[in-house]
Design a binder for this molecule. Structure first.
Ligand code: ADP
Ligand code: MG
Length: 602
């Protein structure tokens, strides 16, 4: 018997934690404070892992990545007002990416509502724009069913973010244990299949295609449709293209992958099978001039409202990607068919891939032997004329993106998670860094969000620790992107996550300046008046952010230093490391000389 008179009582915090655990929610990220600290404590008591982060935004990114990686939503726990508002960025990102996520926000006491309470804010309303479901339980007794509904809504249909608001006075309120009825864990999402007639029609359109193409999106990755999609592609001998996070559903080095001929493939395909990808900016809206005006789209998606967006599809397959792909396979089992490997289309694609790969090889040898920048003049910056400073680099060394990625790719373990963000760092990195497994690439995504990298890396490392011990997480960040959530390095060190962080440092956003040019420029005025807005402090020692918390830090300027520090970082399976890689501050411009690369947005 308890001495505190709470025999048979349970707190609101404990009810929340128990309800989450009952729904098989296993990870909670957040920042504690009034009024949610007790919720985090209760979560740990019931066996939910709690990962304390340094900013709610990063916590929310991490929780959403857990949802994508495991198919079960993670929780982001935030305090009222500003805490919740910081989390909105993560909610928006999750919802845009169609990833499941539960946000639990403390809110001010009900008795003080509208009185100007501490951190009072219309939280349920604020979250509505960023979520599928946003609600406040009417009582502690109602918490289990609201949490069940939030978890269910986050994974049923098109996945997304859900918000549950918890007034401060609920957290420590004690109620009789017997008054709480925990709702059983929701059933796994029902699997919907496409209409048989639509499947038959789709198969016939594919059979009659002259220049077919399969596009694989991150919806296919989320749906765990890798087996069936690989079968379809191999059995029918179809060329395929992954979207950025569709990479790895089928390995990048699969012979049917035509990523190296992306523009050509999109532009001349006459039939496109779209598996879990939206025709948004990432796929140029499915419109000319990037596509044939009369291209036939076979659009498969779990969300009916998505079907027909921006184009009029030839066939729509409403259903789960894995189930729908299996339905298509049945058709091709019944009446076997394969796209002729000797077709003109395959020839065109192969030739294009060969010539692009030759260019790529040229870039790689260029990467092996860094040469002085081809030309380093500024496009049309008036300030440069104003100050009349000659800022061209004189040194032959600063590496360029290709040098860096070539040496990174050389050493990456095949099964590692690759997290990446930044402008050129992400775009060029994606073309060089290979994915061999589904759901192993996490990047700025549909919303193009910068600042996601460290949260994603933390989530991947935590999940890997539980499910695939020893699997590595490599986080490739631009120096600007790193800045958004840089303090999460402390989180990485606190939980001892052996993440390898690479900061590809060009001293700026898009591009920056070397130290000499920066100093020279400051002779002409204060940085607020003369420094281009894209510049960041040159020669910043980001690796010290890591050493400050006990991890390993490396400052590298040459390919040899990069190789060595990466080898050491990968060999160290217990400590996190950060390799600060100095590259040519104007490295972007060279990339543009090889316009086949910048042409490809994938
Ligand atoms: P990408 O960024 O890779 O192009 P998008 O995020 O634009 O991918 O598109 C993913 C699509 O996948 C969304 O339209 C979403 O509704 C859909 N989707 C998510 N899960 C499933 C599933 N299990 N089955 C079918 N479609 C799904
Ligand atoms: Mg940069």
């Amino acid at each position: 018997a308890r001495s505190d008179g709470l025999e048979g009582q349970v707190s609101g915090a404990r009810v929340i934690a128990q309800a989450l655990k009952t729904q098989d929610v296993n990870y909670m990220f957040g920042i504690v404070g009034i009024p949610v600290t007790e919720i985090a404590l209760a979560a740990q008591e019931v066996g939910i892992r709690y990962i304390g982060m340094r900013n709610e935004q990063a916590a929310c990114y991490a929780a959403s990545a857990v949802g994508y990686l495991t198919g079960r939503p993670g929780v982001c726990l935030v305090v009222s007002g500003p805490g919740l508002i910081h989390g909105l960025g993560g909610m928006a990102n999750a919802n845009m990416n169609c990833w499941p996520l539960i946000v639990i926000g403390g809110s001010s006491e009900r008795s003080q509502e509208t009185m100007g309470a501490f951190q009072e804010f219309p939280q349920v309303e604020a979250c509505r724009l960023y979520s599928k479901f946003s609600a406040r339980p009417s009582s502690i007794e109602a918490i289990p069913s609201i949490i069940e509904k939030a978890v269910r809504s986050s994974i049923y249909g098109r996945p997304g973010a859900c918000y549950v608001d918890i007034p401060a006075d609920f957290v420590n309120l004690q109620v009789n244990v017997n008054s709480i009825k925990y709702v059983e864990c929701c059933m796994p999402p029902p699997i919907s299949m496409a209409e048989t007639s639509a499947v038959r029609m789709a198969a016939s359109v594919i059979r009659n295609a002259k220049q077919p193409l399969v596009i694989i999106g991150k919806g296919a990755a989320y749906a765990r449709a890798e087996e069936s999609i690989r079968k379809l592609v191999e059995q029918c001998k179809l060329p395929f293209l992954p979207t950025p996070m569709g990479k790895g559903v089928i390995r990048d080095n699969h012979p049917n992958c035509v990523a190296a001929a992306r523009s050509r493939a999109l532009q001349f395909a006459d039939v496109i099978v779209l598996l879990g990808a939206r025709l948004n900016w990432i796929l140029h809206f499915g419109l000319p001039p990037r596509y044939q005006p009369d291209v036939k789209f076979i659009q498969a998606d779990i969300c009916a409202e998505e079907l027909g967006n921006n184009v009029r599809p030839a066939v729509t397959l409403l259903g789960d990607i894995n189930a729908v792909t299996k339905q298509l396979l049945e058709q091709f089992d019944k009446t076997p068919w394969q796209y002729p490997p000797e077709s003109e289309w395959w020839k065109v694609l192969r030739e294009k891939m060969k010539s692009n790969e030759a260019l790529s090889k040229a870039l790689v040898s260029f990467a092996k032997f860094p040469v002085p920048p081809l030309q380093c003049t500024f496009v049309s910056s008036s300030w440069a004329k104003r100050t009349d400073v000659e800022l061209a680099s004189k040194k032959s060394l600063p590496m360029n993106y290709y040098t860096v990625f070539y040496h990174v790719q050389e050493q990456l373990p095949r099964d590692c998670f690759v997290v990446s963000e930044g402008a050129n760092t992400m775009d060029i990195g994606r073309t060089v860094l290979q994915n061999y497994l589904p759901r192993h690439r996490l990047d700025a995504g549909t919303f193009g969000t910068m600042g996601v990298g460290l949260g994603f890396a933390i989530a991947a490392a935590i999940v890997a620790k539980d499910r695939n011990p020893g699997k590595r997480v490599i986080c490739v960040e631009g120096d600007s992107a790193f800045g958004f959530s840089g303090m999460e390095v402390e989180t990485i060190c606190r939980y001892n996550l052996p993440i390898v962080l690479l900061v590809v440092n060009n001293n700026g956003i898009y591009q920056g300046f070397d130290t000499d040019s920066w100093k020279e420029m400051l002779k002409f005025g204060d940085a607020t008046t003369v420094a281009p807005p894209m510049s960041l402090l040159p020669h910043s020692h980001y690796e010290h952010v890591m050493t400050a918390f006990g991890g390993k830090g490396y400052f590298v300027q040459t390919p040899e230093e990069l190789q060595k520090s990466l080898r050491q970082s990968l060999a160290d399976t217990t400590n996190p490391s950060l390799i600060n890689i100095m590259i040519e501050p104007q490295a972007t411009r060279k990339a543009q000389d090889f316009h086949w690369l910048t042409q490809s947005n994938l």
